[in-house]
Design a protein. Structure first.
Ligand SMILES: [Mg+2]
Length: 388
C-alpha cells in the first residue's frame, strides 16, 4: 500500500516517522495525487489520510490501484481459480486457462435507491450482497463460482474508506468460495451502482446443471433454509422497528448478508436433482418461473412453508406473506422425486422442507391449500399478483 509513496523524492517505507513537506505526493497507478499534510507523518497516519479522502481526490487510477492492491493482498493463491489464472487485474483483460466442460456466467446490477438505500445498507454489507446475489445464481445451477468482475460507479465525493469497506465485503465472501476477483471498471456517477459478473463451471463431470425447466408432475417441491427474513429485515431497517437482539440479528443478516447455497446446489446435482432456482423474487414468484419453464402446475401447502423464526415471532399475521412474496432470501427451491429428496435431506446440513408437489395442471398455475387440503385464498397471503 505505502510503497510508491514519496515525499521530497524520498520513498516511504517501514514504520519511521518522516519530516514532511507542506505538500505530499503519492502515486496510485498512473495518477499522482498531491495532499497538504501536517509537518510530521507516520505511515499509519498517512494510511489514515488516504482512507479519509474522497474518491475525487484519489482519482480513478488511484482508486483502481487501491482496490487492486486490496484484492491482490487478499488472494488465496492456492485456490483452484487462482491456479488457472494467467492474467488478473492490471491488463486490458483478464485471462485464465479454461477446463473443458460446461461454463456458467451470470450478472446482476445493484443501483442505489432502486435496489438498496445507503441509509439502511452499510458499505461492507453492500459489497457482500452484490457478490452474494451472483454466487446464488451459480448455486442455483449447481455450479462452482470461480471468477468475479466488478464494475463500480460512485459519486466523486464518496469516501475512499467506504469504497474500501465495499470491496472488503466482496473480498471476504469471495475468499470463502475460492472466487478470484479478476477485473472490473470504476467510473463516476450521480448515484452508486455495482454490477458484478461471476463466471463459474459445472461441478458435475458430465457437465450437468440444475435448470428451471425439468420439473415433472409427481416431483416434490422443497426449499432450503427459512424464508421471509430478508424482506422482514428490510422493513425493520426501513421503518427502524425494534425487536429483541436475537431477532434483529437474524433479520439483519438475512437482508444484508445472505449466504449463497453453493455447496447445497452442487450436492443436488450430484444426487440427481434436475430442477432448481434461487429465491430472489419471492417463493411464489420463483416457483411460478419453474412452473412456466417446465410447463407444469404446483400445489403448495401453506402450513409447510418454513417461515424464519424471527419473522414468525415479530410479524404475526404478515409472517406467511413475507415468506411467500418477500424475496431476496437466496435459498434454493428445487423439485425432485421423493427418493432423491430423501438423499438430499440426509446429506445437507441446512434444513430442507417439502412444501408441496408438482402437478400436471395448467402450466404455471399454483394452488395453495391449508393442512386439510382446503383452498387458501390468495388475497389472504398477498401473492395474488404473482398468480394471475
Ligand atoms: Mg436467480
Amino acid at each position: 500500500m505505502l510503497s510508491g509513496l514519496s515525499a521530497n523524492n524520498k520513498t516511504l517505507n517501514g514504520n519511521d516517522t518522516f519530516l514532511m513537506p507542506q505538500f505530499y505526493h503519492f502515486q496510485y497507478g498512473r495518477q499522482w495525487v498531491s495532499l497538504a499534510t501536517p509537518p510530521a507523518l507516520s505511515p499509519y497516519a498517512l494510511r489514515a489520510i488516504i482512507f479519509t479522502m474522497k474518491v475525487s481526490a484519489l482519482g480513478e487510477f488511484g482508486l483502481i490501484g487501491l482496490l487492486a492492491e486490496m484484492i491482490s493482498g487478499a488472494q488465496d493463491k492456492g485456490a483452484a481459480s487462482y491456479r488457472k489464472l494467467v492474467i488478473g487485474i492490471g491488463d486490458d483483460a483478464a485471462a485464465w486457462k479454461c477446463d473443458a466442460g460446461t461454463q456458467l456466467v451470470t450478472t446482476d446490477s445493484l443501483f442505489q435507491d432502486v435496489h438498496f438505500r445507503l441509509e439502511t445498507t452499510p458499505w461492507y454489507e453492500l459489497g457482500w450482497k452484490s457478490l452474494a446475489v451472483n454466487l446464488s445464481d451459480i448455486a442455483a445451477m449447481g455450479g462452482a463460482p470461480e471468477y468475479a468482475v466488478i464494475s463500480l460507479a460512485v459519486p466523486p465525493d464518496t469516501e475512499v474508506e467506504d469504497v474500501r469497506a465495499l470491496y472488503q465485503g466482496m473480498i471476504d465472501l469471495a475468499q470463502r468460495f475460492g472466487v478470484a476477483i479478476i477485473g472490473g471498471d470504476t467510473c463516476r456517477a450521480p448515484l452508486v451502482s455495482i454490477t458484478v459478473t461471476v463466471l463459474g463451471s459445472a461441478k458435475d463431470k458430465d457437465g450437468k446443471v440444475l435448470t428451471r425447466s425439468a420439473a415433472r408432475p409427481g416431483d416434490k417441491i422443497a426449499v432450503t433454509g427459512a424464508l421471509g427474513g430478508a424482506s422482514a429485515g428490510m422493513e425493520m431497517l426501513d421503518k427502524k422497528l425494534k425487536f429483541d437482539a436475537e431477532s434483529e440479528g437474524q433479520l439483519r443478516k438475512a437482508f444484508l448478508q445472505p449466504e449463497p447455497r453453493v455447496a447445497e446446489g452442487q450436492c443436488m446435482v450430484r444426487l440427481g436433482v434436475k430442477t432448481a432456482i434461487d429465491i430472489s423474487d419471492g417463493l411464489m414468484s420463483d416457483l411460478k418461473h419453474v412452473c412456466d419453464s417446465s410447463k407444469v402446475g404446483a400445489r403448495v401447502e401453506a402450513d409447510r412453508i418454513p417461515v424464519a423464526s424471527a419473522v414468525r415471532s415479530n410479524f404475526a399475521e404478515r409472517a406467511l406473506e413475507l415468506a411467500l412474496a418477500g424475496g431476496e432470501d437466496y435459498e434454493l427451491l428445487f423439485t425432485a422425486s421423493g427418493e432423491i429428496l430423501d438423499k438430499v435431506k440426509a446429506e445437507l446440513a441446512c434444513p430442507v422442507t417439502v412444501i408441496g408437489e408438482i402437478v400436471a395442471g395448467e402450466p404455471g398455475s399454483i394452488v395453495m391449500v391449508d393442512a386439510r387440503g382446503g383452498p387458501v385464498r390468495p388475497g389472504k397471503v398477498g401473492w395474488e399478483h404473482f398468480n394471475e
